[in-house]
Design a protein around this ligand. Structure first.
Ligand SMILES: C[S@@+](CC[C@H](N)C(=O)[O-])C[C@H]1O[C@@H](n2cnc3c(N)ncnc32)[C@H](O)[C@@H]1O
Length: 211
């Protein structure tokens, strides 16, 4: 994850990443869960941080009336695209930053942090700790964080996919106990966990609050 996406890679990623039927389903289920959580924790004039924002897949969902959104990513071209896609919104700003080495924000400024599809790319516990530590520092409200939970069926499926060269990405899966311990270690409590597709997909979306 340390090589930031270049312009052409971003274009290709945006065109292809959620094109297949299975990925469209994943995207639509992610949106549904996020919408539900956002309805529950809605706050007027909230400051929201989307990190990593990628090409801004969730910006339209986050940009409810009154919300100020900061879209941040390691890749300049991802941030640029996220801002371009929503250029009519004066309530969106883009910030290029490395979520592992530190976020360039003051403490307790965000009412909500959204972090989708990042945690499972962090293979070292130290990296996850650093990211959670930064979230804990800059958040004053909740954090929505997706992660992959160990699931023997999915491990087998990923091995097969890699074998037939459909996927080169290695995913870090954690047990629920490990996940809980890591987030609690950085000052959060797990409020609720939503499975993407119970029993058949390992991705979960967790709502965390400062303990
Ligand atoms: C799988 S994408 C997810 C993007 C977005 N959250 C979504 O779900 O569409 C992972 C993103 O993490 C970004 N990234 C990788 N390492 C990072 C780091 N250390 N700090 C911030 N962003 C990083 C990549 O540039 C990429 O845009």
């Amino acid at each position: 994850m340390s090589n930031p996406f270049k312009k052409q890679e971003v274009e290709q990623y945006e065109r292809k990443r959620y094109r297949g039927l299975d990925q469209k389903l994943v995207h639509s289920r992610e949106e549904k869960i996020l919408r539900k959580i956002l309805e529950e924790i809605r706050k007027e004039d909230a400051r929201v941080l989307d990190v990593p924002c990628g090409y801004g897949r969730f910006s339209p969902l986050l940009l409810e009336p009154g919300v100020s959104l900061v879209s941040s990513d390691l890749s300049f071209h991802m941030v640029k695209r996220a801002v371009e896609r929503n250029e009519e919104s004066a309530r969106l700003s883009g910030v290029v930053a490395d979520g592992i080495s530190g976020l360039p924000f003051k403490g307790e400024v965000f009412d909500l942090i959204l972090s989708m599809r990042f945690f499972h790319h962090l293979h070292q516990e130290e990296e996850r700790k650093a990211v959670l530590g930064e979230f804990s520092r800059v958040a004053k409200g909740g954090v929505i964080l997706s992660f992959y939970q160990q699931n023997p069926l999915h491990v087998l499926q990923r091995k097969l996919r890699r074998r037939i060269k459909k996927s080169k990405t290695k995913i870090k899966m954690l047990s629920r106990e490990e996940f809980q311990k890591e987030v609690e270690g950085e000052g959060f409590k797990v409020v609720r966990v939503y499975p993407l597709f119970k029993g058949i997909h390992s991705q979960l979306i967790a709502l965390l609050q400062k303990a």
